[in-house]
Structure formats: structure tokens, C-alpha cells
Design a binder for this molecule. Sequence first.
Ligand SMILES: [Zn+2]
Length: 338
Amino acid sequence: MELLKAQLDKVGEGGVLGGEEAFRLYDTFGFPLELTMEIAGEQGVKVDEDGFRKALEGQRSQARAAREQVDAMHAGSASALVAHLPGTVFSGYSSFSDSGKILALLDGKQHLEQAEAGENVLVVLDKTPFYPEGGGQVGDSGMIRGGSAVLEIETVSKSEDVILHHGKVLEGTIKPGDNVTAEVGARRRDIQANHTATHLLHNALRKVLGEHVHQAGSLVEGERLRFDFTHPQSLSADEIQRVEREVNALIAADLPVDCREMSMDEAKKQGAIALFGEKYGERVRMVSVGDVSRELCGGTHVTSTARIRGFKILAESGIGAGLRRIEAVSGNGSVTCQ
Ligand SMILES: [Zn+2]
């Protein structure tokens, strides 16, 4: 607080606090932008909001690039290293926390006998509630704890049937054979809301634009969702509004979301939508939202549509001949985002 006051004194009444400074206050000292603006306002100082957002976005893309580099390095050699391990049991459809045993630790190049505080590691458990990146849904983040050891997990991927937790040891020492508790972070709630919202969006687009609409790609994150689909021209403002209204009506109707495994034949009989280019086995998982939507999907979902709370389309654009892209938010994002 003292620091902010000193900076505001320096700027002086009627001046503007730079976006970089506001961002440093947020990033290093945890001052939310709204608070900085409020206090600055009391002293007649404006805050460069655009500059703040630019600095925030810059930091995010830097972090993303660094992570992708590490991931690519890890994933390449890791798949050969874990090929002999049994497939990981995924327990995260119904639970955010589970106990498990460490089967292997890797640094990306080799197996480790142990890992200490400060080390980046790939962790393989016998079972885990962490969802590995797949089907458009991003990997979970969260914590793994065992004995006196604490690991922060940044993301989770899959190599064949083995789930790889990408993380860092924060405290203590871990080794294969240790019993641990794996806890998925709260971001998963937003991811689930966005994933079910994606199915509702798919359904609404087919209803408003026509049955020629097919999913061409999808990204489901905690903050937002992106949906690519086949359609020959851009959407009118009226069409966007109708799609939004359709999705929000289904949210308000509080429809149950039911996920069930069945044979491919049974799913086809029930009219489930399969995604073009996806490989499906003999047993498939069908996600139904009330009577309105049935899709083959391995992702995680809310239990009823009311939990999505709200849906808003942020942007619609063309990404190639006959392909459109919608970016949208649900849940808290749709309420705070204008
Ligand atoms: Zn899905």
C-alpha cells in the first residue's frame, strides 16, 4: 500500500499511472487492477488500463511459450521411457481428489530415483483424478502431496495410456513407490462449465444455422472456449444473439448432464454425434445433455447445465474456406466479461 502511495505521489494529481507500473504492482505485490484504480482515483490519478492488459498478455504468452518448449522436449523422449508402464487409471470424472502411488519419475530424458525441491519432473501415478489434455480440453493443474513432499502440477498429458503429470517439487523429496494424494485445482470447475457449454454451443449452431454445421476443432480452457465449425459465411449479429439465447435457455432449464459408456452401435442408435477425424474404439463414452444433445466425448462435464451459469460469445471470425471460429466464455467469465 505504501508503495502504491509513493508511486501515486510521484505521478501527481491529474497524471496517469503507467500500465507497466500497475502491472508490476499486480504481479509482484498482488494488487488487483480494480483496487489500484480505486485508490488512484481517490488521488485524482488515472491508470493506463490498456497498458496493464498489454503487460499481462505479454507475460502470459511468454510463460506459454516457455511451457510449450519444455513440454515438447519432455513429451518426445518421455513416451519411450514410459512405454513399459501400465496404463494409468483415470478417476477424475467424479472426483477432484484421489490417493495413488508414484510408479515413475522422469526429468524428460531419463528415469529418476528421486526428485528434490526445485526440480522439474514428470510424475506417473497408478491412478489419478488429473485429466490429461485431450479432445480439446486442456490438462488439469493442481497439487500432489506425499509425506513431507509437495508438488505443483502445471499441466497433464498422455502418452498412449500413461498419464504424465508435468510439475515441480516445491518442498521435500519424492521417489517411486511413495503414496501420494493428488488434488485437482479449482480451475477444473471452469473447464467443466466451458466443456458442457461447448456441447450446447454445437447444438445451438446446428439449430440456428442448420445441420450442415460440424465441429472442426475445439479448445476448452478455464478462461474461455474456442469452437471451430463448418459454415460458408460469417454470422449476422442476429444469428449470434439467437445462438447465445439458445445456449442460455438450456442453462436456465437446468438440464441433467449424463455421461455413460456403451458400445459404438448403441451410441449410434441413440443418435450421438461423433466427431470427424476422431478415432473411436468399440466402447465409447456418450455425453447427453437432457434430450437436446448427445455427443461422443471423453471430457469432463458439469452435472447439470445450471452450473454453467451463463454464456457469452466474444468473437466470431473466419479461419479458412468454409470454416468459422467462435470464442466464448461461460460461468464467471460471462458475468464479468462485457
Ligand atoms: Zn466434448
